[in-house]
Design a protein around this ligand. Structure first.
Ligand code: LIP
Length: 290
């Protein structure tokens, strides 16, 4: 680890993210030409695959000793090791991409000893780049430090919060019930036993959601079902901006990158109490990742 130059890798990832962005904005995916993975809402396009190929080729030629985990080449059973590993989602927000909704990013992360240490997330449509190196802070467009301003206290809890959630692609069974019943609890009035959050937002991209929490646009982001490549890069941006990542299921303060259940909370006084309050509204227990 000590002879790995994190800054140099970060700078290379920024270059690659920009190249990936050119491919993404030049592509014109159509809804009809979309392939499916697990089911009809788990989408993949030729652009996802071509962009991952570009990224993995560049990374493997410059850092041949590093492992690589990418959304489009992942095989069930592949697991993260302690080796330095690039963890990549070529297009996070594929559903948005095929619907020409610009909430899309390339998410390029690095983990060492299974801990996220570098994150680069680039939305080529808005040309906004978020990045962070462990111990060196988080930035937007390389110069604006995150969060943008001194974070307000979280002591007022969920009733003052804007929370990102995602429906994801698991559309049946226990986990869909946990999500939908929790959404109901979070939004409903105090009189009906709810948290009455200011709002729920479902933008469609885990990586940018994590950056939104890091920046302070969002107070929290709660999801189960997403993968290491959806969260690795954003995790570094989040924690370098003072945020924390815990399990979406109550009780676990130290989730793995591959936990598949996450609750991100922005920086600010009262963070721990905010997590505990949130967990108190979770209706049941996710099975994914268990
Ligand atoms: C998506 C996530 C989204 C989640 C989906 C999926 P993709 O990534 O970012 O937040 O709800 O299940 O994992 O498939 O667009 O790369």
């Amino acid at each position: 680890m000590s002879d790995i130059n994190l800054q140099e890798i970060h700078d290379f990832l920024v270059e690659i993210a920009k190249k990936a962005g050119e491919m993404i904005t030049a592509a014109h995916p159509t809804i009809g030409a979309t392939g499916n993975k697990k089911n009809s809402v788990d989408l993949v396009t030729e652009t996802d695959q071509a962009v991952e190929k570009l990224i993995s080729t560049e990374l493997q030629s410059k850092y041949p000793s590093f492992s690589f985990m990418g959304e489009e080449t992942y095989k069930p059973g592949d697991t993260l090791t302690d080796a330095p590993t690039f963890i990549v989602d070529p297009i996070d927000g594929t559903t948005n991409f095929v619907h020409s909704n610009p909430y899309v990013s390339s998410s390029l992360g690095v983990a060492i000893n299974k801990k996220p240490v570098i994150g680069v997330i680039y939305n080529p449509f808005t040309q906004i780049l978020y990045s962070a190196i462990k111990g060196k802070g988080a930035y937007m467009n390389l110069t604006e430090k995150l969060p943008f301003r001194q974070p307000e206290s979280l002591a007022d809890g969920l009733s003052k919060a804007q929370v990102a959630v995602e429906w994801g692609s698991d559309r049946s069974g226990n986990d869909l019930a946990v999500k939908s019943q929790t959404f109901l609890k979070l939004t409903s009035s105090k009189e009906e036993g709810g948290a009455m959050v200011h709002s729920l937002r479902s933008y469609g991209g885990a990586a940018l959601n994590l950056c939104g929490v890091a920046a302070g646009h969002l107070d929290a982001y709660w999801e189960a079902g997403c993968w290491a490549w959806d969260v690795c890069a954003g995790w570094v941006v989040l924690s370098e901006a003072g945020g924390i990542m815990v399990d979406a299921n109550p009780g676990n303060w130290d989730p793995r990158i591959e936990e598949r259940r996450y609750l991100a909370v922005r920086g600010g006084e009262g963070q721990k109490e905010f997590v505990e309050e949130f967990w108190g509204y979770v209706q049941g227990k996710f099975e994914v990742g268990v």
